[in-house]
Design a protein around this ligand. Structure first.
Ligand code: ATP
Ligand code: MG
Length: 241
């Protein structure tokens, strides 16, 4: 198991944003993290990435505690709203990451990444002058530069055009083919169904369902043609009663 989360808890005052969830990700899997607004998805991803201090539980990456430098090096977190510096160009963002991670010979890789995401022509453009989708793609290129094994994406498919969406989906498949492990929070259930090997469904800080679409159908005694959307609506509705 490349990522193991055990009894993770994060409370904000009385709000139990994450209330004791456990799951494990196998290497090379693409996992969808689903759940209604406020379910605790972003909080979970931020706790794993070490950007929020967890209240309880453990998170290990390749057996190491997630706060260990070696573990952090294996991980990348791509936030929902990309943290792009207004006064740095696209290329300077890559350089900044290379310096932060002390990467040697990163230029070739950076160039290849920018080409893959159609950003090469924007390499000298300032962050302030990028469109939302370009910022998103710059943030993804930055995240990939240090060759992380585990990638956490928070709502990566929002606000990008169809071409960028296709590039991103292709990038997900390439990353999977490279043996990377992806945990992707999304509300786009048809994409999740085609992209993910397995999904985790959260609600009110808890994990309420987990498995492949096939397994969810069996667990819920749903028909063989039910979609992930059908299953999601049913499983999240049941919990409300
Ligand atoms: N910094 C914070 N301070 C206080 N409460 C917070 C904070 N961040 C999140 N919460 C609360 O924690 C709960 C989970 O929020 P979270 O952002 O993790 O949900 P989410 O599943 O990512 O939702 P969405 O689908 O809307 O992105 C919500 O009730 C939210 O109000
Ligand atoms: Mg969120």
């Amino acid at each position: 198991m490349v990522l193991q989360v055990r009894e993770l808890k994060k409370y904000f005052g009385k709000t139990k944003a994450v209330d004791g969830i456990s799951f494990a990700l196998e290497e090379g899997q693409v996992i969808g993290l689903l759940g209604p607004n406020g379910a605790g998805k972003t909080t979970t991803l931020k706790c794993i990435a070490g950007l929020l201090r967890k209240d309880d539980g453990s998170v290990t990456i390749g057996g190491l505690d997630h706060r260990d430098d070696k573990a952090r090096f294996r991980l990348a977190y791509i936030p929902e709203a990309p943290d792009i510096y207004d006064m740095l160009t696209v290329w300077e963002h890559m350089k900044f990451i290379a310096l932060a991670y002390n990467l040697a010979d990163w230029e070739q890789e950076a160039k290849a990444l920018l080409e893959r995401f159609d950003l090469i022509d924007k390499r000298t453009e300032l962050g302030a002058h990028l469109s939302k989708g370009m910022k998103q793609k710059t943030s993804i290129c930055c995240a990939l530069l240090h060759h992380p094994d585990v990638l956490l994406f928070d709502e990566p498919l929002v606000g990008i055009d169809p071409r960028a969406m296709r590039q991103l989906k292709n990038a997900f498949f390439d990353l999977k083919a490279d043996g990377k492990t992806l945990l992707i929070s999304t509300h786009m259930l048809d994409t999740a169904q085609s992209l993910c090997d397995r999904v985790l469904v959260m609600k009110n800080g808890r994990l309420i369902a987990e498995g492949t679409v096939e397994e969810l159908r069996e667990q819920m005694k749903a028909s063989a043609d039910s979609t992930l959307e059908d299953l999601f609506l049913e499983v999240t509705a049941d919990e409300q009663q």
